[in-house]
Design a protein around this ligand. Sequence first.
Ligand SMILES: C[S@@+](CC[C@H](N)C(=O)[O-])C[C@H]1O[C@@H](n2cnc3c(N)ncnc32)[C@H](O)[C@@H]1O
Length: 379
Amino acid sequence: MHYIRFLKPPRLLSGRRGNAPSVLKAKVTITTDLGESFLWANVDLVVELTDGTGNDVLERGKGYTWKGSEGMRSLEVELLIPASRGKESGEALRLLVRPKEEFQAVETFESFLGDSNEHEDTGEMGGVMAVRSMAIDMPSNQSLPVSTSPSMAERTFKFGTSEIHIWEETGESIARHIWDAGLLISAYLASASVPSSRKAIPPLPYLHKTLSQKDLAVIELGAGCGIVGITLCTLFKQQISQILLTDLPEASEILTQNLSSNLSSKNISHQVLDWSSPLPQNVRETQWDMAVVADCTYNPDVVPDLVQTLRRLGEARARASASRQMLVLLAMKVRHDSEMVFFELMAEAGFVVREKCTLPLPVLGGEDEEIEIFVFAMG
Ligand SMILES: C[S@@+](CC[C@H](N)C(=O)[O-])C[C@H]1O[C@@H](n2cnc3c(N)ncnc32)[C@H](O)[C@@H]1O
């Protein structure tokens, strides 16, 4: 998967004279989730201006080409905005940068779950994810160039009639943007939420059975922006009575933002939970039916603490009820062999893999990748 990102957030330069149009400028790049490699293929992009609610402001967007084959690493984009727009009404404007071709746009959760047999590994398939800026307020004094520095950007995912809006930070933080494994497991769970869509995804019967029960208490560890927990809470409303998204303190602000952008439900909340600290009392005292972990196993130094946290949660559940076990749902993109220590430690902690599956992840201009999903229970 490739992600369009704002390197420099959009800033508005006012026209010098009365009715001269203003210019909205931004610098974008296109990278993988880790940001470690740029998109090597060429992609036609469209830059559009929308109002705060997503409606187009200009008649048509402006086209650009990302020339990855020539080693492009960043692209300056700009739009002319009529002086009449925004400034008088105080209208908030937003910049949307998206791939022009529909087959590259990944707007719906269904579009992430391609069939690995449908294409050969030619590097010609693979999604490029659109990004939308924060609202850029028009200046009240047109003679001054106005430079806004929003630190967040939004990505939208559709599934049926539901839309999930996930804000992420535009900077370098790895805690606070969307990751491939979180994205793919969210798409998987979305399909699992509708019986008729389940045939399009690899079967995980034990997971599906758990997710069909009522009054489920779910905890997510290392939730980041919260995409997985928010997807679960949105699409399994009938089944989940409580869902807690946890991470380090630095993720709290983005989690607050994303919870309020998506859900008004009392069933979902977030709180700090550091794997290297003892479980907070409320977490210790809740009988969790499922713990969700997406893209958290890449750093072998913190994996022992992560497994220890899962063990404490699983043992507390087992002590409370012999009949209902806590299931651990894990999604990972294996990046290096050292990540396998997670499985050794999980086995030592008494967890067994009940089922697993692999989701293909085509990568434009590169070798295809895979996201692996594991369902563990205490043996
Ligand atoms: C790669 S991100 C994945 C985020 C999210 N699960 C997703 O898939 O989008 C890894 C997450 O683990 C969290 N994390 C790392 N060490 C942690 C610790 N000791 N305690 C709690 N969370 C931790 C990070 O803050 C980060 O949000």
